[in-house]
Design a protein around this ligand. Structure first.
Ligand SMILES: *Cc1c(COP(=O)(O)O)cnc(C)c1O
Length: 396
């Protein structure tokens, strides 16, 4: 072999059958091969196991798919390049022209935009409701044949908790599928409910370290097999290296999640005692409107907290800027704490009715609580509240 051939066909290293890597290596290969055309054909006809092209599947992706399906308590999973791709491609694959979708004002904004702007353009109609209005969901289902009910629980950012068993029961009764974006609750929650399709942003709690994007769709095998055919065409596949990082992040998922919940509870209890904090929403507090419902349907309460600051938008801006352990940033569920002030939370495309449903005001602040020491976080909040109050007094 001449050098130019050797670099194109490097020596093959095989690992003996009785000897294996403890951590699965990354299959950083786009292509897979058999020695015979017959075996390649058998794979393409689904008559044998194996891999062909990483856009469709890859051993590194398969390991993560199996882990995630197991955690959510379903048969099958497929991975996408981001959470948004998981949400949007599953809606595209499940709907056709003329179908009707029910969605909610309290949803993650890109999901709402996909339904209102993109699906609408392809002839998929929708009804937008408040997630609090379960009777409205039932009336809509009774009046309009519906393909899909797309919802979240808790909702982002104001943490309204959906009545998952009622919503899935009425959807089933009227022949609609349910698609639950389970990102905020986490993959260990809601598996006991009759949800048809779960979607997750793996970018959040699941990878946990804010260094990788990914998404997952999780359902029974029949639905995933049907979606997989379309997904391979859409092409928003997860990269094997990203899958490896997500699999690694998952090892500490429960440790992180538990610590984040403890920290969030400590902060919520502190914040609720402060006079300048209004409308505090944390599902773990008895004062949360759906505390009992959350207790009944989730194992824990998550790491997101929202509240309004009495001083209004400028006090909220100053508060966010004065924090030193919380960064002003998008995303959530990572090891580090984050804050979003009202200037970065308020939807710009809502009518007054939808603004009321969304419950986001011009002084709403959202916190995503990390794994830092809870005392350090409380002290940081305390000094930022003082800084925000000082600015208000000086300004008056
Ligand atoms: C972040 C998020 C998404 C989108 O996930 P990306 O990985 O950022 O594309 C979808 N739904 C919810 C509820 C989210 O919080």
């Amino acid at each position: 072999m001449k050098p130019s051939t050797l670099v194109t066909h490097p020596p093959h290293v095989t690992v003996p059958d009785d000897n294996r890597a403890l951590v699965a290596p990354i299959y950083q290969s786009v292509k897979f091969t058999f020695d015979s055309v017959d075996e390649t054909e058998r794979l393409s006809h689904g008559e044998r196991e194996g891999f062909w092209y990483s856009r469709k599947s890859n051993p590194t992706l398969r390991q993560l798919e199996l882990t995630l399906a197991g955690l959510q308590g379903r048969e099958a999973c497929l991975l996408t390049a981001s959470g948004a791709a998981a949400v949007n491609l599953s809606m595209l694959a499940l709907c056709k022209q003329g179908d009707h979708v029910i969605c909610f004002a309290e949803m993650y904004q890109p999901t709402r935009n996909m339904i209102l702007r993109v699906l609408e353009r392809y002839g998929v109609r929708h009804t937008l409701l408040s997630i609090d209005d379960v009777d409205g969901i039932e009336r809509t289902l009774a009046g309009t044949p519906t393909r899909l009910v797309v919802f979240e629980s808790p909702s982002n950012p104001v943490l309204k908790v959906a009545d998952v068993s009622r919503i899935t029961a009425i959807a089933k009764k009227h022949g609609a599928l349910t698609l639950l974006d389970n990102t905020l609750a986490g993959i260990h929650n809601h598996g006991q409910f009759d949800v048809d399709v779960f979607v997750h942003s793996l970018t959040k709690y699941i990878s946990g370290h804010g260094d990788v994007l990914g998404g997952a769709v999780i359902a029974n095998r029949e639905i995933i097999d049907a979606l997989r055919a379309d997904m391979a065409i859409f092409g928003a596949s997860l990269d094997p290296h990203a899958a490896f990082l997500i699999q690694r992040g998952l090892k500490t998922y429960f440790l992180r999640y538990e610590r984040q919940c403890q920290n969030a509870m400590a902060l919520a209890e502190y914040l609720v005692s402060r006079p300048e904090v209004l409308e505090l929403r944390y599902p773990g507090l008895k004062s949360h409107a759906q505390h009992e419902l959350t207790l009944a349907q989730q194992h824990d309460f998550g790491s997101m907290i929202t509240f309004d600051l009495q001083g209004g938008p400028e006090a909220a801006r100053r508060f966010a800027e004065a924090l030193s352990l919380f960064s002003i940033s998008a995303s959530l569920g990572s090891t580090e704490s984050l804050v979003l002030p009202p200037q970065l939370l308020q939807p710009r495309d809502f009518d007054p009715q939808q603004i009321a449903w969304s419950a986001i005001t011009d002084s709403t602040v959202r916190l995503s609580v990390g794994i830092e020491d809870s005392q350090d976080l409380v002290m940081d909040i305390e000094q930022a509240l003082a800084a925000s109050a000082a600015c208000r007094i000086k300004g008056q």
